[in-house]
Design a protein. Structure first.
Length: 278
């Protein structure tokens, strides 16, 4: 069933009623979730070009500046596909939304942009892909060059490929970043902690720091690093296995680790200091 702009308002009303029945009654938390809320609050889908209802495939397709809205949460893209299922009792529920081309997903506390997205309502997992995927949570910004997964029940996001967290002007980069969120007293979602994996890099005003793994506590500003840690300041360099970096104070501390061959002994830390030439 294809409808043009003249029939959008009528179909919009029909779809409004239909999706009220499709939405799962199980409320999962939080920010981007269109399934949150009472069963009486439907998901409203609108589009500039048309909406197609494929009954046999249990699918609805909205094209042209398509938008799905429930409460204060929205998904926008050029194409939206809404999948639903029927159980043995004849009851229906919305199971998945696919957003294609220039995706924007917004809530009162967060928003994320990318090229395409798949939103699994049953698992409460949102996957956004594209050359540049960007998640804004309060003043914190996380970007990646491939994909970002948002796990609503765990309040956690995973950014993959050249992932960067920007917090108060301080940047940490790695191939994979895992972000954990919390709600402040005002109900705003903020990043509390970051786990970084593979090719971890931190640039401060005076130092370049590299490692294989890292844990970043955003409140304290402390980053705990491990695995081939290198701290460079100009031509001078310190090498070790572990380090603690305080991004708030600018103090970096390289730590000795246990020697695998002799557990009683600590591995020595190496430093390379380049003298200035007159």
């Amino acid at each position: 069933m294809n409808l043009n702009l003249e029939h959008i308002k009528a179909l919009k009303f029909q779809f409004f009623i239909l999706v009220t029945l499709l939405v799962s009654s199980e409320a999962v938390s939080q920010s981007f979730d269109l399934a949150t809320g009472s069963r009486e609050q439907p998901i409203e889908i609108t589009a500039d070009d048309g909406i197609e209802w494929q009954r046999e495939n249990q699918l609805m397709v909205a094209t042209g500046n398509a938008k799905a809205t429930r409460g204060n949460a929205t998904i926008e893209s050029n194409i939206l596909r809404a999948y639903y299922q029927r159980n043995k009792k004849g009851e229906t529920r919305l199971t998945k939304i696919e957003a294609l081309q220039k995706v924007k997903i917004k809530s009162p506390t967060q928003h994320i942009t990318g090229q395409n997205a798949v939103y699994d309502l049953e698992k409460a997992i949102l996957v956004v892909s594209g050359k540049i995927v960007k998640l804004v949570s309060g003043s914190d910004v996380i970007t990646s060059n491939q994909q970002m997964e948002y796990f609503e029940k765990k309040e956690m996001a995973v950014a993959r490929k050249n992932a960067i967290i920007n917090h108060d002007g301080k940047k940490l980069r790695a191939e994979t970043l895992v972000a954990f969120f919390y709600k402040d007293k005002a109900g705003k979602s903020k990043v509390s902690r970051i786990q970084a994996f593979d090719n971890v890099m931190i640039n401060t005003r005076t130092e370049r720091i590299k490692a294989q793994k890292g844990i970043y506590d955003l409140k304290s500003g402390i980053v705990t690093l491990s695995g081939n840690v290198r701290i460079s300041r100009g031509k001078n360099q310190l090498n070790g296995d572990n380090a603690i970096i305080n991004l708030n104070t600018g103090v970096s501390k390289l730590l000795a680790s246990n020697n695998a061959k002799s557990p009683q002994k600590k591995k020595r830390i190496r430093g390379y200091l380049m003298p200035k030439r007159n």
